[in-house]
Design a protein around this ligand. Structure first.
Ligand SMILES: C[S@@+](CC[C@H](N)C(=O)[O-])C[C@H]1O[C@@H](n2cnc3c(N)ncnc32)[C@H](O)[C@@H]1O
Length: 229
């Protein structure tokens, strides 16, 4: 089993327990620092049936027909060439091997992720999003998912919407998330002067008012989860 673009491998390390000791998981990401952090996480958790590799999803250094399953959470839509990544995924899976992946549903349904972009856009700090370019919401249309998956030689996917809540304990916690970990917004925010950052921060908190809960926020969130073979 492969966890593709695994980041810290939250998903893969859960799956490693499910496949049991006779099963094996390969945790991969194209960022060496992510792979190193995932390895440390596995050590902390005592997960042993796992190996770690730096691997580009668009050109996998893996043999053909060798895997029973591939997992990929929140990454295909960020890839420069998702068609190549799906074709590579089909190549390394054995016939009948399963692919399960998750991408984000539309911007409006994921305010925790999209609020900052909207504010930055309204202030002219970034251009309006290019629907063709890689982004958190580039695969929010189930038709696009089907086109990519079937185009890569997979069967028609089953696609399920999964809703959940995304809470932040206080406004600082949300601002830290936005400035430190949100891959698209944080470099832009950090490049702004402190005064402009403060203005953006106030506007983000204003835009997040409908989701206020206690000292912090409780955002709705929706993913599209797909399974195919
Ligand atoms: C939003 S994170 C998701 C990480 C993890 N799957 C999770 O759900 O927590 C996206 C990850 O995709 C990785 N990534 C993006 N493009 C990639 C590619 N072409 N090949 C491999 N990894 C890629 C990034 O390095 C990053 O770790």
């Amino acid at each position: 089993m492969l966890d593709l673009a695994a980041g810290l491998a939250d998903t893969g390390l859960m799956a490693a327990r499910l496949v049991g000791e006779s099963g094996r998981l390969i945790v991969t990401d194209f960022t060496p620092e992510m792979v190193a952090a995932a390895r440390r996480r596995a050590e902390e958790l005592g997960v042993q049936n796992v190996e770690f590799r730096v691997l580009d999803a668009e050109r996998m250094d893996l043999k053909t027909d060798i895997l029973d399953g591939v997992l990929c959470r929140w990454a295909y839509m960020l890839m420069i060439d998702p068609s190549a990544a799906f074709a590579e995924t089909r190549r390394v899976l054995r016939p009948g091997g399963r692919l399960a992946f998750s991408v984000w549903a539309a911007r409006e349904r994921n305010p925790a992720l999209s609020l900052v972009g909207r504010v930055l856009e309204s202030q002219g700090h970034i251009p309006p999003p290019d629907p063709e370019a890689p982004s958190a919401f580039a695969m929010a249309d189930p038709g696009r998912i089907r086109e990519l998956v079937v185009g890569a030689g997979f069967a028609e996917p089953e696609i399920e919407e999964v809703s959940f809540r995304w809470p932040f304990a206080d406004q600082d916690a949300y601002w830290r998330y936005v400035t430190e970990t949100a891959a698209s917004a944080s470099p832009i925010l950090r490049a702004l002067s402190p005064e402009v950052q403060n203005t953006v921060r106030e506007q983000v908190h204003e835009a997040a008012r409908p989701y206020q809960s206690g000292e912090g926020y409780d955002f709705p969130a929706v993913c599209l989860n797909a399974v195919t073979y």
